[in-house]
Design a protein around this ligand. Structure first.
Ligand SMILES: *Cc1c(COP(=O)(O)O)cnc(C)c1O
Length: 219
């Protein structure tokens, strides 16, 4: 019951243009089904095998988002069904996604992960790497991927000014590349904000929040 209540109260608090990804990593299918029954259709997982297992067991009108770091050799397992891959951070990974999407006769939507935090451990492209990727011949020749936006994770800190600065930075990068209208891009999504910082992310321009523990409880 708590899951449905948490979900509905968060949903109510979100502006209409903000999409909720219910982050269900490590949680059992019974928990996901509680959210499903309460109306949730978008779920986020960070491990490919776990996402595949849940996809096999659950209703087929669910949109599955891969929000974690993606290993190139595992792309093939999710290529038949994944709706959006949030953590794309290299041309090499994008080439593999394009190849597997082609095999499945699909166009797979992706977000490019941008490095905005002041933490060594976080993944993502910097602005120069982003421009190089968008300008590369290889990228421009891909036919089975579409970049629909950017994703970023703020530093894990209580310093609200720091987090705000990082989210604002991601929004400004998004605005810059949106104006350039690069090939293979249809930019409409900024994925930023988790349980601890999503109201601030929305205030800074987020259109997609990834919320786990505030819905399903701690992990
Ligand atoms: C786990 C995770 C989340 C959700 O985190 P919560 O703090 O539980 O809301 C969001 N984004 C990514 C990339 C994650 O790995």
């Amino acid at each position: 019951m708590a899951i449905a209540e948490n979900l509905l109260s968060i949903k109510e608090s979100l502006p209409e243009n903000v999409t909720l990804v219910a982050v269900s990593k490590t949680k059992p299918v019974t928990d996901l089904m509680e959210a499903y029954t309460a109306g949730q259709r978008i779920f986020g997982e960070n491990k490919i095998q776990e996402m595949v297992d849940k996809w096999e067991q659950m209703p087929k009108d669910i949109e599955w988002h891969m929000i974690g770091h993606v290993q190139t050799n595992k792309v093939k397992y999710m290529a038949p069904f994944v709706t959006l891959i949030h953590g794309v951070d290299s041309l090499k990974l994008l080439e593999e996604i394009n190849k597997q999407a082609q095999k499945n006769n699909r166009i797979i939507n992706c977000l490019l992960q941008i490095y905005i935090a002041e933490e060594e451990s976080k993944f993502g492209l910097d602005e120069v790497e982003l421009q190089n990727l968008l300008n590369s011949t290889s990228f421009n020749q891909m036919n089975n991927i579409r970049i629909v936006g950017l994703m970023g994770m703020a530093t894990f800190t209580d310093n609200q000014n720091q987090i705000k600065k990082e989210f604002t930075h991601l929004k400004s990068i998004f605005d810059t590349i949106q104006k350039l209208e690069p090939k293979n891009c249809h930019l409409n999504t900024i994925s930023m904000g988790m349980s601890g910082d999503y109201p601030l992310a929305i205030a800074c321009g987020s259109t997609m929040v990834r919320i786990g523990s505030s819905i399903f409880g701690g992990r």
